[in-house]
Design a protein around this ligand. Structure first.
Ligand code: SF4
Length: 558
């Protein structure tokens, strides 16, 4: 039996019928989306061999690789979620669970909760609790400790009482690639004496500065030591990841004032390291390279965040010439780079073999249509373009979308509602931007291809106190939700038939029908809520469209 059993939060191990935006499905409240539809759309559990997961989320594979430096492959098991109890016996020391949004406090999950004014748990929370319930039943009366880690641990720092409630022994916060063996031994021994770890967690004060908060249920890297592994200390994965994901860099450095990623040091994987991990995925039959990065265009960037075209091209050439890889897409990137470097985008797209049958998806946080908020919260996100001399922020977004679409990239935008210092005018600027782009076309007459999802910014204080009563959306905020879902319904109707790349034809057909119908139903539900909230939906329909969409002047300079 295994000394260490790893498993991921169920919502991270599913493929969501290979429809990219459906990854967001588990954020829906359980009283707003019927369970049967959720269960179908999330897809089947990953296959396995003898109860071991054939594919696991990248973070779990990274942890597995790090532990294999200290333990044998018999001692470390990445289990299929439905088979986890088969690996837990008296010899099991630690069960590690990786999670992203365990309590449903993430910005997307909160956006649904606030908009629908519901206190029902989201599927992310329900799935997390159900997994922990199964694990706790399997380990009852045994010595195995339950350790939770991953990017969602910040939510447990906001509500530490949830650790006790869910019988979690410890939560680990931070990157553990270089200390995984020591960490798991420390958890197993639980002596509480050693000093290489801090019993507590890091949090942020009102000025977004880090503070240390002691708490015996939390474990962090020792506060006076290095907080991150070096590039050399990050091991390659040794078994395949879900959806063929591999990492190309950590950190970002752009400095948006709401973002924790920017505080991590920048570490760039070499193209050779990326290739080695891709080869692991190719051997398992995966031919898509999904490149995890928080800002793809910052890969080895120059001064003032000028993109390093040579480095980007070298990286993508290495990816696309990896035997067995047929397509690729990065996870996140900034819109100002396509806007400012259309020729570079053309060259990168050519290497990536982008085309009418190979659209490249990229998640892009545009956050707002307002110049005032862009300057306040994310002044570097617009670089090397500057709001003012190079047009408005919405001009930059418009042009970036135009260049991306021309090169067969489809951005999945997110916008924020509830940012600090936000006024109704800022939100109406966002509505105008969405409407303008939703009604724009390329020179060929094809409509702009993009999706847009509103995210709710909820201050930490409200999350801590569970006090959401002050989060009543005003009309301008409702208008952002309305314009977003109006556009999503339009896209769903247009693209539903080809949205899924599921290999099962029947599933693909059903998924397409559900997405088309679901987009329409969701929009009408949203419309009715907005009307009840006092929104003049006719005004929202036409806001920002009084003039024909103009080609921004900066477009003419390239
Ligand atoms: S560009 Fe994205 S990842 Fe980078 S700091 Fe801004 S929000 Fe964070």
């Amino acid at each position: 039996m295994a000394r260490i059993v790893l498993v991921s939060d169920t919502t991270l191990s599913r493929t969501y019928r290979s429809v990219p935006l459906l990854d967001f499905l588990a954020s829906a409240p359980t009283d707003a989306l019927p369970g049967a539809i959720y269960s179908f759309l999330k897809g089947p559990p990953p296959p396995g061999v003898g109860g071991r997961a054939a594919f696991a989320p990248y973070a779990v594979r990274k942890l597995e690789a790090a532990l294999l430096k200290s333990f044998t492959s018999e001692e470390v098991v990445v289990a299929q979620e439905d088979h986890i109890s088969e690996f837990i016996d008296d010899s099991t020391e630690v069960i590690g669970v990786s999670t992203m949004d365990p309590l449903g406090l993430g910005p997307l999950t909160m956006s649904y909760a606030v908009f629908f004014e519901t206190r029902a748990p989201a599927y992310v929370q329900r799935e997390f609790e159900s997994l922990l319930h199964r694990i706790n039943r399997a380990r009852a009366g045994k010595k195995a400790k339950l350790l939770v880690g991953g990017p969602g641990v910040w939510e447990l720092t906001v509500r530490p009482e949830e650790l006790e409630k869910n019988k979690i022994d410890f939560a680990f916060q931070g990157e553990a690639d270089d200390i995984a063996g020591d960490l798991f031994r420390y958890v197993s021994d639980d002596s509480g004496e050693k000093t290489e770890f801090f019993r507590g967690y890091q949090t942020f004060n009102a000025d977004f500065r880090k503070e240390w908060e002691p708490n015996p249920k939390f474990i962090s890297r020792y506060q006076f030591s290095r907080q991150f592994p070096t590039l050399e200390e990050i091991p390659d994965i040794v078994n395949p990841s879900v959806k063929g994901m591999v990492e190309v860099m950590r950190g970002c450095g752009i400095g948006c004032d709401f973002c924790e990623v920017t505080l991590r040091p920048l570490r760039y994987y070499s193209p050779e390291k990326v290739r080695r991990e891709l080869e692991v995925n190719v051997r398992s039959g995966q031919h898509n390279a999904w490149l995890h990065t928080d800002e793809f265009f910052a890969y080895q960037h120059g001064r003032s965040y000028v993109p390093n075209e040579d480095a980007l091209l070298d990286l993508m050439k290495e990816v696309m010439t990896t035997s067995g890889i047929t397509r690729s897409n990065p996870t996140h990137g900034r819109i100002s780079i396509p806007a400012a470097y259309p020729d570079m985008m053309r060259r990168i797209s050519s290497v990536m073999r982008a085309g009418p049958n190979n659209w490249i998806g990229l998640q892009v946080g545009i956050e707002t249509g307002s110049d005032q908020l862009a300057a306040k919260h994310m002044p570097n996100k617009t670089l090397p373009l500057k709001v003012g001399p190079d047009g408005s922020w919405s001009d930059i977004v418009w042009k970036g979308t135009y260049v991306m679409n021309k090169n067969y990239w489809r951005p999945a935008f997110t916008v924020q509602v509830g940012q600090a210092g936000e006024t109704p005018d800022d939100n109406w600027d966002t509505v105008a931007l969405i409407n303008r782009m939703s009604n724009s076309t390329l020179d060929s007459g094809l409509p702009f291809e993009f999706t847009v999802t509103p995210m709710q910014h909820v201050p930490l204080g409200l999350l801590k106190n569970r006090d959401f009563s002050s989060l009543k959306l005003d009309q301008s905020q409702l208008a952002v939700y309305y314009a977003s879902y109006r556009h999503l319904a339009k896209i769903a109707a247009r693209d539903a038939a080809r949205a899924s790349s599921d290999t099962n034809v029947a599933s693909r057909y059903v998924t397409g029908a559900m997405i088309g119908l679901g987009g329409w139903a969701m929009f009408h539900h949203v419309k009715s809520i907005c009307r009840k909230g006092g929104l003049d939906v006719e005004k929202a329909d036409r806001y920002g469209l009084s003039e024909r969409p103009q080609i921004p002047s900066l477009l003419l300079t390239h």
